[in-house]
Design a protein around this ligand. Structure first.
Ligand SMILES: *Cc1c(COP(=O)(O)O)cnc(C)c1O
Length: 397
C-alpha cells in the first residue's frame, strides 16, 4: 500500500520496511532481510528483541490476569517499587504507560509540593533549550521547542526555558515563583549531550538554597543505558523527582515517576491517577526487565561495550574530519555530530542493513540494545565508516 492510501495519521514518515521478527540485536523484515538494530526502538529494547526472560514473564502473566485498574492493589507494583526505591534516591513510585505521562506526573508532583508547603505561587518549571520531554501539552511547554508548540494554541503559563549548560543564566531565571528545574542528565533528542557533573552539583546547591525541586528526566538516559542504572548516578547528584520509561519495560509500554517522600508530600489520595498504568502485564515485564538490568554483569557489559564504541567513534572522527564534527553522549547512548544531514546517512545505513536514529543538532544517534556485542559494534561502525567514505568520494568526485 502506498503512503497515500494509508489510514494512519500522517505524523510519521517511516521508511518502506515492514519488520516482522527480532532476536537480540537483529531484526528481520517481511522479505527475510536481516538488519542490525542500533537504535532499539529509540533506546527501548534494552535487552534486545524478544528476550526469552521477558517473553516468559509476559506470556505467563497473560495466562493469569491482565488488568484490574488501580481501584485494586497490583502486587507487581509493590514489588517493582520496592526495587526502584531500594536502589535509588526515591521513596515512592507511580507507574505510567509512557514517558510523557511520567513527565506530567513529575511536574504535577513538584507543583503540588509547593502548594502543600503553603506556596501555591511557586508554579514555574524551568526547562532547557534542546530538551525533549514528550508530546503532551505539559511536556511540549516544558521543553519549549517552538516546532512542537507551533499551532497548538498559547503556551501554558508557568514554563520557562534556560540555555543549556549555563549556570549564570539559570540563576537569573530562578525566583520566588520557581517550582522546579527539569532536565535530562544526558539530552537525547536534543543532540545526545551530557550535562557536566559540576553543573549538576551547582544546580543541586541552588535548589537547596532557594527551595525549588529538581526533576530528572531519565526516560531515555535511564535503565542502564549509560552504564549505571540511572545516568545521574555518575555525578552523585540526586533529584527530588525522576521520570523514567523507554528501557524500563524492555519494549513493553511502561514508565514511572518516583520521588522522595518529602517531594511527594502533596500527592495524596485522589489527586492523581491512571487507568492502565502499572497493570499486571506491564509489571510482570517491568520486574523481569529490572531484575536483568540490575545484574552487575549486565552493567559491566554496557560499560565494556561503551568503551569499544567510544573508541571506534573517535576513530571515525579521525578518519572523517570533514564530516564528523564531534562524538558525544555516554554509555550506549551516543551521537555523531555531522557537517551533513544525518538523515541522508541514516538512509544509506539502512540500505546497508544497519538501523540508527537521528537527533537534533545534526546528530546521528546510536542507542543499540544493551546486549550488543563487540562484533556487532564493529559491524555498525564499519558500515558508518563505509557510508561516510562513499559520501566523501562522491562529494569530491
Ligand atoms: C522519549 C522521551 C520522552 C517521552 O516519552 P514517550 O514514551 O514517547 O511519551 C520524554 N523524555 C525523554 C528524555 C525522552 O527521550
Amino acid at each position: 500500500m502506498s503512503a497515500a492510501e494509508s489510514h494512519i495519521l500522517p505524523v510519521y514518515s517511516p521508511p518502506q520496511q515492514n519488520f516482522e521478527r527480532g532476536e537480540g540485536c537483529w531484526i528481520w523484515d517481511d522479505k527475510g532481510e536481516r538488519y542490525l538494530d542500533c537504535i532499539a526502538g529509540i533506546a527501548v529494547n534494552a535487552l534486545g528483541h524478544a528476550p526469552p526472560v521477558l517473553v516468559k514473564a509476559l506470556t505467563e502473566q497473560a495466562g493469569k490476569l491482565w488488568h484490574t485498574s488501580n481501584m485494586f492493589k497490583v502486587k507487581g507494583q509493590e514489588e517493582l517499587a520496592a526495587k526502584y526505591t531500594r536502589d535509588s534516591f526515591a521513596d515512592v513510585v507511580f507507574f505510567t504507560n509512557s514517558g510523557t505521562e511520567a513527565i506530567e506526573g513529575a511536574m504535577k508532583t513538584a507543583r503540588k509540593y509547593h502548594t502543600a508547603n503553603g506556596n501555591p505561587e511557586r508554579i514555574d518549571i524551568i526547562g532547557f533549550q534542546g530538551s525533549f520531554h514528550g508530546r503532551s501539552y505539559g511536556a511540549i511547554n516544558a521543553s519549549g521547542n517552538p516546532s512542537y508548540l507551533e499551532g497548538f494554541g498559547p503556551r501554558l503559563p508557568g514554563f520557562i526555558q534556560a540555555p543549556f549548560g549555563d549556570l549564570e543564566e539559570l540563576k537569573k531565571l530562578v525566583g520566588p515563583t520557581t517550582a522546579a528545574v527539569i532536565l535530562e542528565p544526558v539530552q537525547g533528542e536534543g543532540g545526545v549531550r551530557e550535562v557536566a557533573h559540576d553543573y549538576l552539583r551547582a544546580l543541586r546547591k541552588l535548589a537547596d538554597d532557594t527551595g525549588f525541586l529538581i526533576i530528572f528526566d531519565e526516560v531515555q538516559s535511564g535503565a542502564g543505558r549509560t552504564g549505571k542504572m540511572w545516568a545521574h548516578q555518575w555525578s552523585g547528584v540526586t533529584p527530588d523527582i525522576m521520570a523514567v520509561a523507554k528501557g524500563v519495560g524492555g519494549g513493553f509500554p511502561m514508565g514511572a515517576f518516583m520521588a522522595t517522600k518529602e517531594a511527594a508530600k502533596g500527592m495524596v489520595v485522589g489527586v492523581h491517577g491512571t487507568t492502565f498504568g502499572g497493570n499486571p502485564l506491564a509489571m510482570a515485564v517491568g520486574n523481569a526487565c529490572y531484575d536483568e538490568l540490575s545484574k552487575p554483569a549486565l552493567l559491566d557489559h554496557v560499560n565494556l561495550m561503551a568503551n569499544h564504541l567510544g573508541q571506534a567513534l573517535e576513530g571515525l572522527k579521525d578518519r572523517h574530519p570533514d564530516l564528523v564534527v564531534d562524538v558525544r553522549g555516554k554509555g550506549l547512548l551516543r551521537g555523531i555530530k555531522l557537517t551533513i544531514n544525518p538523515k541522508d546517512i541514516q538512509g544509506k545505513l539502512r540500505d546497508r542493513k544497519v538501523l540508527v536514529g537521528v537527533a537534533g543538532d545534526n546528530v546521528l544517534r546510536l542507542a543499540p540494545p544493551l546486549v550488543i556485542d563487540e562484533a556487532q559494534i564493529r559491524e555498525a561502525v564499519d558500515a558508518i565508516d563505509a557510508v561516510l567514505s562513499a559520501y566523501a568520494t562522491q562529494a569530491n568526485g
